[in-house]
Design a protein around this ligand. Structure first.
Ligand code: HC1
Length: 584
């Protein structure tokens, strides 16, 4: 441990800490803007400056390591005056349209001005480069960019995609794809991790609120809305509820209150995905184990950022992807076929909305593959943050809503579906079903949790041996299936290099595009709380464990759907509605 003096108080800090980290370890707040925990810092904004005795200039505390015996002042008159000037320089070429900015009241730059006590803007200057780039998922407004480079850090270091970087020099510096290309013409996966960390309105999700309000107001439209698994573990944060509060029932109530005609749960379609994807895996394994042709490992296909990434980075490996669409597009296809027929609704009048923790889903629903007979599966995607804005605009007191249920018959789900929203959840859900359907016995893990793949590590793996299988699955007897799980595109690349080289030891790999899975999607509430991902993860596991129905293949409404409409998993009707293929 290091011994320091901060603001006249003796403190201790871990070896290797920066001054900023040392202060935080001792409960001392230093204002910051560009700082991102656990990644390389650029120290661009310098708002976190402090005075260190014996050093002539003020130091950016996020860049300077704490040393034994250091005497630090985080709140001296000199420090406060410097921070104010630095802030005024930052806003000297920043638009002053806060009242109509998408980040009004949630802007870190705005909040910092309040914290620093800035009440005037004494410095005014030429405005920097202004350019608005609207992609299907992400809108970039360079006039609002303060060049903090948080987005550059997540794109290059956490995701390792490298779609954006600082271009040009000096006053002309702009954060942009190379050669000023629009995001949609680059390898950007639309994951929105950059949007999550942007402190201002420079990076936002591309708006879907306006078209959704319009659909709600249109008497000729039948509005149908569904909610992704991870939304229920995070939406409450937008209404002051503690991180990790489960609010499934309140979400159903809010959507009814907003006036949507039918309110369904994407989790139902997650259960459906497990039956389809599990069956596809068994078909591939059977072919491979009985001397036929099969492409293994099979890769999950429900994360659209991941799909876009594999298309850019490993275009020769697309046949490893499961042919299953994502659960929410499966739901859209079902609503406009099965449900429309059942209720006698003209599917042309249906307007299907998905509430997703993900910005890439906005791009996904516009892909040519996501339609059946010329009818789009999903018409609009709202992020979790956008739904919160609609609930607030409607004056709904979300935190005090009584719980309601999703509508029948596409609203019932198992606990296996709930955990889709966290890394490892899709794999665990699939194993619960595949193991039990082939052996007649429950998955042999305590509490049904495949513990080696539970948690937020970059790459996880597990092995499971099939013994005493049912006669029709004799090809599996004695086989040890090896599975791997990763979340983030950096992790995907690690596993995909072996897949591309033909040396991957796995049979099945789950990939989610965002670190931690959908709980940490680019459309989720922005949260800087220590351990927020763990709390959201726990919320989904708690949701699962609170149910008696915890396996997809036991969902009674899903079994009815197969009996009365789809026939069998991976059958003709399923292929027409629920599967697709990707071509580079
Ligand atoms: Fe996800 Fe999925 S889990 S991709 O992470 O398969 O976005 O939550 O909706 O479709 O079910 C996201 C979450 C989500 C799909 C499901």
């Amino acid at each position: 441990m290091l011994n320091l003096t901060i603001n006249g108080k003796p403190c201790q800090a871990q070896e290797g800490s920066t001054i900023l980290e040392a202060a935080r370890q001792n409960g001392i707040h230093i204002p910051s803007l560009c700082y991102l925990k656990d990644v390389h810092q650029y120290g661009t904004c310098r708002i976190c400056v402090v005075e260190v005795e014996g050093m002539r200039n003020l130091q950016a505390s996020c860049m300077v390591k704490a040393k034994e015996g250091m005497v630090i002042h985080t709140n001296s008159p000199k420090v406060r005056a410097k921070r104010k000037v630095l802030y005024e320089l930052l806003i000297s070429n920043h638009p002053k349209d806060c009242l109509s900015c998408a980040r009004n009241q949630s802007c870190e730059l705005q909040a910092l001005g309040e914290e620093l006590g800035v009440t005037e803007a004494r410095i005014s200057g030429e405005m920097g480069p202004a350019h608005v780039d609207v992609s299907p998922s992400i809108t970039r407004d360079t006039s609002k960019c303060i060049l903090c480079r948080r987005c550059v850090t997540v794109c290059n270091q956490i995701q390792e995609v490298g779609a954006i970087n600082a271009q040009h020099r000096g006053f002309d510096t702009v954060i942009s794809p190379a050669m000023g290309l629009p995001l949609n013409s680059t390898a950007c996966a639309m994951c929105g991790q950059c949007v999550s960390v942007c402190p201002t309105g420079a990076l936002t999700e591309t708006d879907a609120i306006k078209p959704v309000w319009k659909a709600l107001e249109d008497e000729n439209k039948v509005t149908v809305i569904q909610v992704a698994p991870a939304v229920r573990a995070a939406l409450g944060e937008e209404f002051g509820m503690p991180t990790g509060t489960r609010c499934t029932g309140k979400i159903a109530a809010a959507l009814h209150a907003l006036g949507f005609d039918h309110v369904f749960d994407t989790d139902f379609a997650a259960d459906l995905t497990i039956l389809e994807e599990g069956t596809e895996l068994l078909h591939r394994l059977k072919a491979a184990l009985t001397g036929g042709q099969a492409v293994l490992p099979m890769l999950t296909s429900c994360s659209p950022g991941w799909i876009k990434h594999i298309e850019h980075a490993f275009p020769t490996e697309l046949d490893h992807l499961s042919t299953c669409k994502a659960p929410h597009t499966m739901m859209g296809a079902l609503v406009k076929s099965f449900y429309a027929e059942k209720e006698g609704i003209d599917p042309a009048k249906m307007y299907m909305i998905s509430v997703m923790p993900c910005t890439a889903k906005k791009y996904e629903v516009q892909r040519p593959e996501m339609e059946v007979h010329g009818r789009r599966d999903v018409d609009a995607v709202l992020t979790t943050r956008e739904l919160a804005r609609m609930i607030k605009a409607a004056g709904i007191d979300f935190a005090n809503l009584p719980d309601e249920k999703f509508d029948d018959p596409l609203g019932l789900c198992s606990g296996a579906a709930d955990i889709f929203g966290v890394t490892g959840g899709v794999m665990e859900a699939a194993l619960r079903t595949v193991y039990e359907l082939t052996t007649g016995r429950e998955l042999p893990f305590e509490g049904l949790h495949v513990t080696p793949i539970v948690g937020l590590e970059l790459v996880k793996e597990a092995a499971i041996t099939f013994e005493n299988v049912l006669p029709e699955y004799s090809f599996l007897e004695g086989v040890t299936a090896r599975v791997a799980v990763t979340s983030s595109l950096k992790g995907a690349d690690i596993l995909m290099r072996d897949v591309a080289a033909g040396t991957s030891p796995y049979h099945f790999i789950e990939v989610m595009g965002c670190p931690g899975g959908c709980i940490n999607g680019g459309g989720q509430p922005r949260n800087r709380e220590e351990g927020y991902r763990e709390k959201r993860m726990q919320a989904l596991y708690n949701e699962d464990e609170a149910k008696t129905l915890r396996k997809s293949h036991e969902n009674p409404d899903l079994l009815d759907l197969y009996k009365n409409y789809l026939g069998e998993p991976c059958g003709h009707k399923s292929h027409e509605l629920l599967h697709t293929t990707y071509t580079a």
